[in-house]
Ligand binder design. Structure first.
Ligand code: ADP
Length: 417
């Protein structure tokens, strides 16, 4: 029976959340997309990964509401709407509209917004989001191919996405343990959407304690991290059984990268120097299709861990987007990487390192993976996951753009030899 039901707006975000929640020792199960079948074989923590960060608002709302229905049927009593720690969204949504729809379905009059992830350098102060020492709008997120973030103020970003008032519970309130009172004050003033500051894990613990009974919380993965321990202490969720650890078949690995974040650019540069590599160019894909990439994969000795990547610097991304349109460029790349993943699996690859949220969605869908069991973290928010693909036990890690250090790809492969 599930107790905690989470819905994530992209796949790497879902595995990030799963990895952090699994630190508690409570079993975590991740479903890709809303399961068609009614809930069975559920874990105390159930996460549904969607790919709705940049889809049309009505579509995102319909999908998340369907996910909520499934999670409620699974028994969940507390709910979480997970989005990126850099608040990736468009002026229309989908963070705000989905939160309002879930609140309406759950009868919740207030929720919080806390994308802070201090271990990964995301902090919020006075409602402004920082990436390391840079305000969000001055960070490399300003050049994201799909959701360029050009403002750092979460209240200003959220207000146009929702119909009800937006407010702030600032760091001073959180640090002195007065969040609950502040939320009550804001509630009596009709404030439904409360951005909550956090700059450290200690802040996250205080927020989790104050908000653990709210029907719906929203945020990045880190704000959910302290919740399972609180529920374990109250006997609301059980610990995992160590004998049921997930596994993969031994086998070669392939790296697939469609993220264009600054960190992924560095990770790809570090990896291509020692491994066979194939660079995908969206303009070339538009003209000639993915045949050359697939031929290349077919010729590789998978024992050498080849990498296929579209990862490029912002100037190259802009050039491709101006020729093809942003959506089309992204689609071509995602389809090509997904096809390469299938080709590699058919040739025996059993470990997949995937960089990029949208990319991860395309790859897991193509590999026909619909459920992941969560293993150990490679880097904060990036666990190895175990799944079945075409009858094979495979391991897959889905890295969101900015996560991991420069040597991440090699570290991932070392962590699961
Ligand atoms: P991240 O986790 O860094 O946000 P995503 O995979 O979610 O990565 O998003 C990156 C998007 O950019 C994807 O849609 C991907 O297909 C697209 N993309 C990748 N490489 C290029 C490129 N060279 N030119 C244009 N778009 C690209």
């Amino acid at each position: 029976m599930a107790f905690f039901g989470a819905i994530a707006d992209d796949f790497t975000g879902a595995t990030d959340l799963a990895g952090l929640l699994a630190r508690s020792g409570v079993p975590v199960s991740l479903r890709i997309g809303v399961p068609v079948a009614p809930p069975a074989d559920t874990a105390p923590i159930e996460i549904i990964a969607l790919k709705c960060r940049t889809t049309a608002v009505t579509e995102a709302v319909a999908e998340t509401r369907a996910a909520l229905i499934w999670l409620r049927e699974a028994g969940a009593q507390r709910f979480f709407w997970k989005y990126c720690s850099t608040f990736d969204s468009t002026p229309q949504g989908n963070i705000g509209p989905v939160a309002e729809a879930l609140m309406a379905d759950l009868g919740a009059t207030q929720t919080i917004y806390c994308p802070a992830f201090p271990e990964n350098g995301r902090s919020i102060f006075m409602g402004n989001l920082f990436v390391g020492e840079q305000p969000l709008s001055e960070s490399p997120m300003k050049d994201h191919p799909l959701t360029p973030m050009r403002d750092s103020n979460l209240m200003r970003l959220l207000a146009p996405q929702v119909t009800k008032p937006v407010g702030l519970a600032n760091r001073h309130t959180v640090a002195k343990g007065a969040l609950r009172q502040r939320l009550a004050e804001l509630a009596s003033a009709g404030v439904a959407h409360v951005v909550v500051d956090a700059v450290s894990n200690d802040d996250l613990h205080k927020i989790a304690e104050a908000c653990q009974s709210m029907p719906l919380l929203t945020g990045g993965s880190a704000i959910a991290m302290p919740l399972p321990a609180l529920w374990l202490a109250q006997g609301l969720v059980p610990k995992a059984d160590d004998t049921a650890l997930p596994h993969a078949e031994a086998g070669p690995a392939v790296v697939l990268s469609g993220s264009c974040s600054d960190m992924t650019n560095r990770q790809v540069a570090a990896f291509v120097s020692g491994h066979p590599s194939f660079r995908l160019d969206p303009v070339d894909l538009a003209q000639h299709g993915a045949g050359a990439a697939l031929d290349w994969v077919a010729r590789q000795d998978l024992g050498t861990t080849p990498i296929v990547y579209a990862t490029a610097a912002p100037s190259a991304v802009k050039r491709a987007q101006s020729l093809l349109g942003g959506h089309e460029a992204g689609r071509l790349v995602e389809e090509a990487l997904a096809a390469c993943a299938v080709a590699a699996r058919n040739r025996g690859a059993r470990r997949f390192v995937v960089a990029g949220g949208e990319t991860a969605g395309a790859v897991t869908q193509a590999l026909d993976i619909n459920r992941l069991n969560i293993g150990a973290e490679i880097a904060p928010g990036v666990p190895w996951c175990f799944a079945t693909s075409a009858g094979h036990q495979v391991a897959i890690t889905l890295k969101s753009g900015n996560f991991g250090q420069e040597g991440f790809f090699t570290e991932a492969l070392r962590a699961l030899p």
